[in-house]
Design a protein around this ligand. Structure first.
Ligand code: CDP
Ligand code: CDP
Length: 221
């Protein structure tokens, strides 16, 4: 089966999805990394987020590959390892604008559906349950309060270039932009199970989702 995990920034989607995939023996696919890779490519090409035509040409000619490995997922952009490069603040600040463009979404959704066609996938993002994989056997909408999500991200920082308040503001702005875009916005699919991770540890969330997956598998037999 396929498992879709959606939710706002910092809810724990990628951390949890990777571990759930490990425990189920599934492949983890981080769709946010794909939007980040397009954003990095646009940056390098000097394409601004309002230039739909240039973005359209860019994605038509872009090769993004996700390779699962022991240390997490490696992201290749036209053969180059950009796993680290897509996590910079510059990319984070622009990705939501780039992701709101239709040609970008059409191309990446196509790729995501190809990757999930063989099943046995745990895919995380914003529109997986609602749009990319509407038939996913299990859909989880993972959330947490914005304060907790900002604090989690703050603890990951290696320098003091940004305050907790700034980070919370940026996360809230990105969520609002993801929720408001007209094409496949961040939304809870009607049949998604909501998990609020505010008061839960990573292991508790993982155990919950693995349990839900096994229940679904047993039901399908
Ligand atoms: O890890 P973090 O929560 O910061 O974000 P991400 O999962 O890496 O996604 C980065 C951005 O990509 C999101 O804020 C969305 O704008 C966009 N995205 C999207 O539009 N659709 C998806 N399925 C996944 C990500
Ligand atoms: O992918 P997403 O943006 O939803 O979140 P993430 O990057 O997986 O998680 C953000 C941070 O929160 C990571 O440092 C996780 O270790 C941490 N986290 C946590 O402390 N407790 C949880 N229940 C889930 C995540």
């Amino acid at each position: 089966m396929n498992v879709a995990i959606d939710g706002p920034a910092g809810a724990g989607k990628s951390t949890v999805a990777r571990k759930v995939a490990e425990q189920l023996g599934y492949v983890y696919i981080d769709t946010g990394a794909m939007y980040r890779a397009v954003t990095l490519a646009a940056n390098r090409a000097g394409i601004t987020s309002d230039d739909t035509e240039a973005l359209s040409a860019l994605v038509a000619d872009l090769h993004i590959r996700l390779m699962p490995g022991e240390q997490g997922q490696t992201v290749l952009l036209n053969g180059e390892d950009v796993t680290e490069g897509i996590r910079t603040r510059a990319v984070t600040l622009q990705v939501s604008q780039i992701a709101s463009h239709e040609p970008v979404r059409i191309r990446l959704v196509e790729l995501q559906r190809e990757l999930a066609a063989s099943k046995g996938i745990v895919m995380d993002g914003r529109d997986i349950g609602s749009h990319v994989l509407p038939d996913a056997e299990l859909k989880v909408f993972l959330t947490a309060s914005v304060g907790i999500r900002a604090l989690r991200r703050f603890k990951e920082l290696k320098d003091d270039s940004i305050t907790l308040e700034q980070l919370e503001q940026e996360i809230a702005e990105r969520d609002a932009s993801d929720e408001k875009r007209s094409i496949s916005p961040l939304i809870r699919a009607q049949d998604a199970i909501v998990v609020d991770s505010s008061e839960l540890t990573i292991d508790q969330v993982v155990a919950l989702i693995v349990d839900l997956s096994r229940t679904k598998m047993a039901e399908a037999k």
